[in-house]
Design a protein around this ligand. Structure first.
Ligand code: FPP
Length: 262
């Protein structure tokens, strides 16, 4: 009843799954979690608000999630903030998002640094405004020696675009005579991807009910596990992340091989 009247009544402070996670064998947890933060627009529409209000609420969810990732001692967290296809959105929304990214960096970088977070960005960054590129560069440099969670923000990122750039880089070496095409293998290709310094993606989380990858980390997710929730991104909590991690810990990952017990 109340839910119908007020929309979401989810308890942000619920910690059912978070407490369960405390007793888990840590070797069963993912090293690298990647999140498709979807549903900002639907969250706002559902509350009779403009889409941009959903994105602003999405920033709060991101702050909660990064803190949770640190609390759960994840090695790496990668979030999909803006895809190579998101330029198709109305200019006002694109401009709003770019401003939001810039404000986020300005306001949050000091705290991230003090929390030992190493922030990095993946995607075609030269397609962003020079001012945002400078902020990204500064944020990277400032936190490069931090040893906590490796936090990666995918901006102007597309998995296909990333592959094209990787192949172009290999082709340049072939053209220059420093690489024999026969020596190209998956390891070498991986070394040209934006994620070259990161552990493999173990778990992909997508919020808001859509069940697709949307050009996110298409190479890196070859053997990833997937976890979907109907919760819109602005409502995603620390306990939701704990639930996903618990679910992951029960999965039987075989990587194309056989289960040891069988
Ligand atoms: C997808 O929801 C979300 C985006 C395209 C933007 C993601 C941005 C944020 C979560 C803001 C915080 C990010 C940073 C890095 C500060 P949608 O707009 O497609 O929602 P809909 O599918 O319901 O329309």
């Amino acid at each position: 009843m109340w839910k119908k009247i007020f929309g979401n009544t989810k308890d942000e402070n619920s910690n059912t799954y978070t407490s369960l996670l405390e007793n888990i064998d840590r070797t069963r947890l993912p090293r690298h979690v990647a999140i498709i933060m979807d549903g900002n627009g639907r969250w706002a529409n559902g509350k009779g608000m403009v889409r941009s209000a959903g994105h602003t609420a999405g920033v709060k969810a991101l702050k909660r999630t990064l803190k949770a990732a640190s609390d759960f001692h994840l090695e790496a967290l990668t979030v999909y903030a803006f895809s190579t296809e998101n330029w198709k959105r109305p200019t006002a929304e694109v401009d709003f998002l770019m401003k939001l990214f810039s404000e986020y960096l300005e306001k949050e970088i000091a705290e991230m640094d003090s929390e030992n977070v190493r922030i990095d960005f993946i995607g075609r960054l030269d397609g962003l405004s020079p001012a945002l590129q400078k902020q990204i560069d500064d944020a990277r440099r400032r936190t490069v020696n931090n040893t906590g969670v490796k936090f990666n923000v995918a901006v102007n990122y597309g998995g296909q675009d990333e592959m094209v750039r990787a192949v172009q880089s290999l082709a340049q070496d072939v053209k220059a005579g420093s690489l024999d095409p026969e020596n190209i293998d998956s390891k070498l290709l991986e070394s040209r991807l934006d994620t070259k310094d990161l552990p493999p993606v173990d778990l992909v989380i997508r919020t808001s009910g859509d069940i697709r990858l949307s050009n996110f980390l298409i190479w890196q997710t070859a053997y990833a596990e997937f976890w979907f929730t109907d919760t819109n991104w602005p409502d995603f909590t620390k306990d939701d992340l704990a639930k996903a991690l618990l679910d992951f810990s029960q999965r039987d990952r075989r990587f194309g091989g056989l289960n040891k017990k069988k």
